[in-house]
Design a protein around this ligand. Structure first.
Ligand code: HEC
Length: 106
């Protein structure tokens, strides 16, 4: 029988090698969404974009993941005093990508 510990060790090593790529992927995905959805018409990212609303970097220091999510989708479809568009057309996965990017801390 193939030793169980070896299988676990291989899985562990593979995971360690591959997980940085998974992170880079979701970051790229978030950047694509932010560009495609026009968030930068109003928000800044990496120092470029609109100034009517705050930068994504600043949100990291003050918003929980739940607060970020509810700015994008909520049952009333009202966000930030109606100044931010509704993003209910995005898939659950796309919302997760944005929320994880804006607030990476759990
Ligand atoms: C038409 C302009 C506009 C666009 C486009 C826009 N936003 Fe906003 N957003 C705002 C405004 C204005 C606020 C601040 C609302 C307020 O004063 O409470 C805001 C607030 C937010 C907040 C909460 C920030 C905070 O400090 O409380 C998040 C998170 C957010 N936007 C994410 C996004 C994302 C992600 C996108 C693109 C998918 C996006 N916004 C697109 C205008 C916009």
């Amino acid at each position: 029988m193939f030793p169980k510990l070896l299988v676990i060790a291989i899985a562990f090593i593979l995971n360690a090698i591959l997980s940085p790529f998974a992170y880079a992927d979701s970051e790229t995905e978030a950047h694509k969404l932010i560009n495609a959805q026009g968030c930068k018409a109003c928000h800044t990212l990496d120092g470029n974009g609109g100034v009517t609303a705050g930068s994504f970097e600043a949100m990291r220091d003050k918003l929980t993941r739940a607060q970020v999510r509810s700015q994008l989708v909520n049952p009333e479809r009202k966000h930030g005093n109606d100044k931010i568009p509704d993003f209910s057309h995005l898939s659950e996965n796309e919302i997760d990508v944005l929320v994880n990017f804006i607030q990476p801390k759990p």
